[in-house]
Design a protein. Sequence first.
Length: 208
Amino acid sequence: MPQPLEWWKREPGANEPADIGVLDWVRDGYVIDAGCGTGRHLEILARRGVTGYGIEVAEAAVSLANAAGIPCVREDVFSHVPPRPADTVLAVGGNGGMAGTVEELPAFLHRLSSWLTESGRIVLTSTDWRRFPAGKLHGSAIPPGSYPGNKRMRFRLADQAGPWFPWVFVDADTLERSCQAIGLRVVERKEWLGGAIYGAVLDRSPSA
């Protein structure tokens, strides 16, 4: 699955990722971008007057973000402690998958929500495994009883490849159920590529 590397590296004429439009949901306030890469989302939001910072595990990406003037720290979602509550937490660029598995998705969403102000929101994008052609995401048979969106991934550039890591391609219905289990709700949705990629805004349900 090709990645928009040229866009992340700020190369002239690079095509934007399909899900970049979800940034229109962020109109003001303070933002934390989880898995910010080289900081492009924060760069766009800063031009609109929205401030914040990012966290990222890839050392090279953090260096590129900081070189571009984007506040970014090298940490992971599961250990980071924000200095202040955020109005919006981003998990964009498919980063809803950072949960790793569907079983860990509620805990992942709960952690992101713990960074929010009382009225704060999570903006995430993910890949709906149901909308991909048969065989596109699955190189082998799915074990009985396992969730089809639970995958392992690695990044490859030319003849170099990184380590394998868990990633979940969560379908939109399962996302809604995971939100309900921890007192969140999906309040807005957008889709691209026939629903294969989608974005969602999550906030706390009134009864939470």
